[in-house]
Ligand binder design. Structure first.
Ligand SMILES: [Zn+2]
Length: 470
């Protein structure tokens, strides 16, 4: 699959050779047109489909694997099903667990063909080093917030404000972003990330926006992700979160809005205005669409095809585990069709475009997400002979709807092999797995200390089946 000339779209092309130089694609020629020179390393691509590496514009690698087995069925009916707030106030993964979670998540990403990811987290020791070691390309997005969510009852969310703490977190984020960009791997960039639209003061939002403008870094925040958040913003400001963000001049090209599920027109909001989508589109802001966590609450964007048709740049992310952008593509397609009752809402080509060119555009780049001369050599090789890829009449459909990560064999970033025979070259997910399991046990045990009602984890998030003593 290669880029169609200068057009912003992918096309299939059979029997080609890709020549790489200095971490980039130098040339794409008909197979055998120019033999490799002596000493030129050759990777045999016979029987393989070459795809551009996927671009994940929103993820939480250092926490989400820690919620495996905890959050899939967890939600609060009184908060229109979201489990986001209850989970974050009760379950806190320690630093060691977060490092292990990140290592596991990066391995998940590589196995599923992601080569660039925006990693959104409160920074911790060793974070940048683990990103570098993975061999992937990253945007480090250290978050900062002026308030922390709490609860006083299932139907009552609280915001505990600490403005000085927010400023300190912003200072720390500035240091970490500069460290990331200065790293000599050349694979780390930075993203300015005030944590949530409802937890950051207008002043701190403005400071973050200014920093992004001055540095040219992408700017992002969580917005339109729960009914609770939308109602609270309307209570505070009389307008929806998107309208407030627009009034604060936060929306512009280079802004990535995660997740914009709950716009004014969404059936669960049904606010009287009809202008959120226009504001996003007219400002040239992008949306990080992460259908998985919302679908698990019974909630979906309404609908992804409409956002794209209105001209909004839509990229994809994995807001929860697994960090599998192929599964997100499939769910984006299916959820879009369910919400619109229209098969045209999103098709396979459109979803793949969102997972590659859409994400790249959201980050203001044209050198990733495509296979074209001059682009970075971030390449995913998929085994066409894998049974779920066959018959490979339309290999992209086989990949997205059938085989997914199971057929990914090799991943290159900057022309270097970072996934070989389906295994990450530089990461140790097996070791990380043990550390994460222990950290998750501690996190669950400590829920009684943190939870507003002092409940044990088994009560907040019961097992899917009861544990029989017989
Ligand atoms: Zn998120």
């Amino acid at each position: 699959m290669v880029r169609d000339g200068a057009a912003d779209r992918h096309v299939y092309r059979r029997d080609v050779d890709l020549f790489l130089k200095d971490g980039r694609i130098a040339e794409i020629t008909p197979a055998g047109a120019r033999p490799p020179q002596a000493n030129e390393p050759v990777l045999d691509g016979a029987g393989l489909l070459a795809l551009p590496g996927l671009v994940n514009i929103h993820s939480h690698p250092s926490t989400e694997p820690g919620y495996r087995g905890v959050r899939e069925d967890h939600g609060v009916p009184e908060q229109q099903m979201t489990g986001l707030i209850e989970r974050l106030q009760a379950f806190r993964l320690g630093e060691e667990g977060r490092a292990a979670a990140a290592e596991m998540a990066y391995a998940e990403m590589l196995r599923a063909g992601t080569t660039t990811a925006c990693d959104v987290t409160v920074p911790f020791d060793g974070w940048l080093e683990t990103m570098v070691r993975s061999g992937m390309r990253f945007y480090a997005a250290p978050t900062f917030a002026s308030a922390r969510w709490g609860m006083s009852a299932p139907q009552t969310v609280t915001w505990k404000w600490d403005e000085a703490g927010g400023i300190a977190a912003f200072d720390k984020a500035k240091t970490v972003m500069a460290e990331a960009e200065a790293h000599n791997s050349g694979r780390l960039d930075a993203m300015v990330f005030p944590a949530q639209i409802d937890t950051v003061t207008p002043e701190l939002f403005a400071a973050g926006r200014r920093l992004a403008d001055e540095t040219g870094r992408p700017f992002s925040t969580h917005i339109g992700q729960s009914v609770v958040e939308v109602r609270e913003m309307i209570r505070r400001h009389g307008v929806t979160p998107v309208q407030w963000a627009a009034a604060q001049a936060l929306l512009k090209p280079g802004t990535v809005l995660a997740h914009c599920i709950l716009l004014d027109e969404h059936p669960q909001i049904a606010w009287h205005t009809r202008k959120d989508l226009d504001l996003i589109a007219d400002a040239g802001a992008a949306v990080a669409h992460c259908p998985q966590p919302f679908a698990r609450y019974g909630l979906a964007m309404d609908h992804v095809g409409r956002y794209r048709a209105r001209g909004v740049t839509v990229g994809l992310g994995t807001d929860c585990a697994p960090h599998n952008l192929i599964e997100e593509m499939r769910l984006a397609i299916v959820a879009g069709r369910l919400m619109s009752e229209d098969i045209a809402s999103l098709d396979t080509g459109g979803a793949f475009e969102a997972a590659t060119i859409g994400g790249a555009k959201a980050l203001g780049r044209d050198d990733i997400g495509v296979l074209a001369p001059g682009a970075l050599a971030d390449i995913v090789l998929v085994d066409l002979a894998y049974p779920l890829m066959q018959p490979a009449r339309d290999p992209l459909r086989s990949f997205v709807f059938h085989a997914a990560d199971r057929a990914v064999r090799t991943v290159l970033v900057n022309g270097e092999v970072v996934l070989k025979d389906g295994a990450p070259v530089h990461l140790d997910p097996a070791g990380a797995m043990e550390r994460l399991a222990e950290a998750q046990m501690r996190m669950l045990k400590d829920s009684e200390k943190h939870d507003y009602a002092g409940r044990p984890a088994e009560q907040i998030a019961p097992l899917s089946l009861p544990l029989s003593s017989g």
